[in-house]
Structures are given as structure tokens and as C-alpha cells.
Design a protein. Structure first.
Length: 504
């Protein structure tokens, strides 16, 4: 018996329309820094965002959505029936994987809640746990309610999923434009109503890069730091490639639209100078290329292990235009990087990360099993004074695995690592052979394979960010990016293992 996911959000139900609108409202506010600081603990006499309690506009949307979905008993029954089927399938190995994918984040929340008993500031830790509960609700919502499974007709793909992709890409383009304008104007744009960061080359604490011995601010968009903008653009770029591959095949105007959308986002991610995000993007694109064995527009196919050039979908004029853009872009990048102070771009950030890692390694050495409790690292650094740090240096270690080990001990580290590794290595996807229009002959398989490949590429591309930054774990916008992407991949794995649903 197949379970119809559309029962959760029936198309003709007015409540369903409200839920969709709320979800898209959440997508559009997820990138914004609009929040109300309720209270905070001063660290060295000043405000620190890692020791405050704030509520964001996106939090309000999330809570309303979760309440509207999980408050109704029939929704709970539908979701529980799906979960029960995942845990009772014939595929024993797949059942274990599904069980762990769903329950490991919950286990991490339980362990984080237990750690509050020995927290320095239990109130800050309690808020962190509540935030994890909220994000776990989003995780379950995306897995069970809002993402399509499969369809035999590419023209009838879920409007929910297409709308969600479109919403993320729209915000990616908007953030790209804001970031590019900020970089060329070299100051914030005065968008105080959405809490745009106040940035200028002369302000201390603003992320800058030195070009020709002159300080230039990096692109921020509406995010609190350029690295977070870079991480979001990494996700939106990969989803843009997926969107155009799925929904705009053999349409003349689609090439122009695709070129404009991608050119803006690629330019913006470059002017963020976020090395981890750019490296993650490169890894994800390489992964997609290797798995699909195809190039853009599917001009190569695999046949008996050999690569053959099939048909030239791109015209000669289009090739000349794209080639010219590529040459201009490469020359421009070479000119820019030849004038950049490489010490400030690469080595200074590495020295700062080495400092934080030395602090965290000392903490792990003293508290290896239980850690110091969730959300406590910056407070611990300020109060213990293991190393003399300035106010602006009071921030978490730029490595999420070490950060979790320091706060939640080896138990929390193991749970998180197992969860991430499972989503990174469980890949029920086959290599794709493309036809002339970019789709395989079996159209009902095309969507599944493309979706699985691109979403899994995002999880793989997160590796540099997890190793060299922390915003995916402890900053609102980064947390949303991380949990939504992990949920998208979890949804694909679970539906492919258990063949749940047929319509969405």
C-alpha cells in the first residue's frame, strides 16, 4: 500500500495554502538578520552574539508552520505511519540507515539537554537546545511534508518543490546583487529595516581584503558575515543548476536566464572571498560531474564505459559568447588575485583558526567525555582566560567537529559525525546517461537521479565549511541552511530505500 504524501498538504485545502505561504515566508526571511535581542550576558563588558537570547523573524514563521502541521492529529498519524514503514521495511540495512537518519539528530538534542546539568550558563544552553528542537522540527517537516518523491511526468513535478527551489534561487540572486553592490560601493546600502550589517573599510571588525595596499570590504548581503553569504550562495548555485536542468529543457530564453542567474551568483561568491564556500562549490561541481559523467546541457553521454560526443546542443555563437565570458572572467580573476595581499587572504585567517584550535584542544583535553555543555564555548573562553583574547576574538573555533566535541564531549561528537557521515555515504543513486534534451530515456528516473545527485553534492560540499568555519552550527542563517540541506538529502535517501509515496 502506497502512502500519499499529499494527504498532509491536500491541494484544495485552505489550510494547505496557508502552510505553503508560511513556508515561502520562512524561506524569504531565513537569510535576514531581523531579530529582537531579549537579553544577553556581557562578556568582558560588551555584547557578544554567542551569549545572547534573540528571536528572529524566521523563528516566528518556523513556529507557526510547525504548530499548523503538528497540532492536527491526522497529520501526526500520517507522519507516524510513514516513519513506522521506514522502520519495518524488508531491507534490513536500509531500515537501519533510515532509523539512524531520523533518530540521530533527536539523540543529539537529548544529549545536549543532559549537558545543561553542568553548564556554566544553563539559560544560554537551554535556548540553544530549544533552537535545536525547532530546527529538528524543520528537518522532519522537509523530510515528510514538502519534498516530492518521484513522478512519471516531468511536467507534473511538485509545485511545492519547484516553488521551494525557486524561492531559494530568488533569494540567492537578490543576495548576490546586494553583495556585489556593497563590494563596489564599499559600504552598506542603508537597508536598516532588514538589519543590514553596517560595513565600511574604516570600521573595525568588518571583514576586509587588502588589494593594492588598500582595504576593501567583502560582500555581506543581508548576512552578519561574508562567509555565511558565501555558504548560502554555494547552496543556491547548486540548486540553480538543478532547477534549470529539471524545469527549463530546450527553451531558448532559458539559456539567457540561466546565464544571468548563475553569473550574478558566481560573481557574488567570488567577492565574498569565502575560501571554504568556494572550495565547497568546486567539490560539489566536481562530484556532480563525476557521478553524472555529463557536461552542461548533457553534451556527453556514457556508453560502455567510454565518453562519446553526441550532439552539440549549444550553437557556435553561444559557444563563442560563453568562451569569451570565460576568458574575460579568468583574466579578471588573475588581475584581481595578482594585486591581493595573500597574507591577509589566506595566512592571517589560518593563524586565527590555529589560535582557536589550540584553545579548544586544551578544553577537550580537560573535558573529553562530557564537554563543557552546549552553547558554552565562548562564555568559557571569556571567563577562564586560557589565552588572552580581545573582545572581537571571542568566537567559537572554526571547526564544527572540534566545536561539538568541546561542548558536547566525545558522545556528542560521535552522534553528530555518524549522522553526517551517514548522509554523506548512503547514496542510492545511479549514474545518469543523458539524451539530447538533457534527460535520460526513462523520464521517471531522471528527476530522482538528478535530485539525488545535486542534493548529495551539497552535503559533500559542506565538508570544507564544517572543517574551517562554525556558522552552520551556531548562527541562525547557517543553521537553517545546514538543517534544510541535510533534510533534503535525508528525504531522498529514505524515499529511495523504502519507495514511499508516488505523488507529493
Amino acid at each position: 500500500m502506497k502512502i500519499n504524501f499529499s494527504k498532509i498538504f491536500p491541494k484544495k485545502n485552505r489550510r494547505s495554502i496557508y502552510c505553503r505561504l508560511l513556508f515561502f515566508g520562512f524561506l524569504f526571511t531565513a537569510t535576514l538578520s531581523m531579530r529582537k535581542v531579549l537579553w544577553y550576558i556581557p562578556l568582558k563588558g560588551s555584547f557578544n552574539e554567542y551569549a545572547d537570547v534573540s528571536i528572529y523573524v524566521s523563528d516566528i514563521f518556523i513556529l507557526i508552520i510547525l504548530a499548523s502541521v503538528f497540532i492536527k492529529s491526522e497529520h501526526i498519524i500520517d507522519i507516524m505511519s510513514i516513519i513506522r514503514r521506514c522502520f519495518t521495511g524488508n531491507n534490513a540495512r536500509g531500515t537501519v540507515s533510515s532509523f539512524l537518519i531520523i533518530t540521530l539528530p533527536f539523540a543529539l538534542i537529548i544529549w545536549a539537554a543532559f549537558s545543561l546539568f553542568y553548564a556554566i550558563e544553563p539559560s544560554i544552553g537551554a535556548v540553544f537546545v530549544l533552537k535545536m528542537v525547532e530546527l529538528y522540527g524543520v528537518y522532519l517537516l522537509v523530510i515528510f511534508c514538502n519534498v516530492p518523491c518521484e513522478t512519471n511526468d516531468t511536467k507534473r513535478l511538485s509545485c511545492n518543490f519547484k516553488g521551494m527551489l525557486g524561492g531559494i534561487i530568488f533569494m540567492g540572486v537578490l543576495e548576490a546583487v546586494l553583495g556585489i553592490v556593497q563590494f563596489f560601493k564599499q559600504h552598506s546600502l542603508g537597508l536598516t529595516f532588514i538589519k543590514e550589517s553596517v560595513i565600511s573599510p574604516v570600521l573595525p571588525g568588518v571583514a576586509k581584503v587588502i588589494i593594492n595596499n588598500t582595504h576593501y570590504i567583502r560582500a555581506y548581503g543581508t548576512f552578519p558575515h561574508p562567509n555565511i553569504l558565501g555558504g548560502f550562495l554555494f547552496v543556491s548555485i547548486i540548486l540553480s543548476h538543478l532547477y534549470f536542468r529539471l524545469f527549463y529543457v530546450e527553451q531558448a530564453y532559458a539559456n539567457v536566464r540561466k546565464l544571468g542567474v548563475l553569473l550574478l551568483q558566481y560573481t557574488a561568491i567570488i567577492v565574498t572571498f569565502s575560501k571554504s564556500a568556494i572550495l565547497g562549490l568546486i567539490i560539489a561541481l566536481l562530484y556532480i560531474s563525476i557521478v553524472s559523467h555529463g557536461t552542461i546541457r548533457g553534451t556527453q553521454i556514457i556508453r560502455r564505459g567510454k565518453i562519446f560526443l553526441k550532439e552539440k546542443v549549444i550553437s557556435a555563437k553561444q559557444k563563442s559568447f560563453l568562451g569569451s565570458l570565460l576568458v574575460i572572467g579568468m583574466v579578471s580573476l588573475m588581475m584581481i588575485f595578482s594585486r591581493i595581499n595573500m597574507d591577509t587572504l589566506f595566512f592571517q585567517s589560518l593563524r586565527e583558526r590555529a589560535l582557536y584550535q589550540s584553545v579548544v584542544v586544551a578544553i577537550i583535553y580537560k573535558h573529553p567525555i562530557l564537554g563543557i555543555s552546549c552553547g558554552q564555548l565562548v562564555i568559557f573562553m571569556a571567563q577562564q582566560s586560557i589565552y588572552p583574547l580581545f573582545d572581537w576574538q571571542l568566537q567559537p573555533v572554526h571547526n564544527i567537529f572540534l566545536l561539538i566535541w568541546a561542548e558536547l564531549g566525545v558522545v556528542g561528537f560521535f552522534i553528530f559525525t555518524l549522522w553526517y557521515v551517514l548522509l554523506a555515504i548512503v547514496v542510492p543513486v545511479k549514474k545518469i546517461s543523458f539524451s539530447r534534451n538533457g534527460f535520460s530515456k526513462e523520464k521517471h528516473r531522471t528527476f530522482k537521479e538528478l535530485y539525488g545527485t545535486y542534493i548529495h553534492a551539497l552535503v559533500i560540499g559542506f565538508i570544507p565549511i564544517l572543517l574551517f568555519d562554525h556558522y552552520l552550527w551556531d548562527i541562525q542563517q547557517g543553521q537553517i541552511i545546514f538543517w534544510v540541506v541535510m533534510a533534503l538529502n535525508a528525504r531522498y535517501i529514505i524515499t529511495q530505500i523504502h519507495k514511499i509515496g508516488n505523488n507529493c
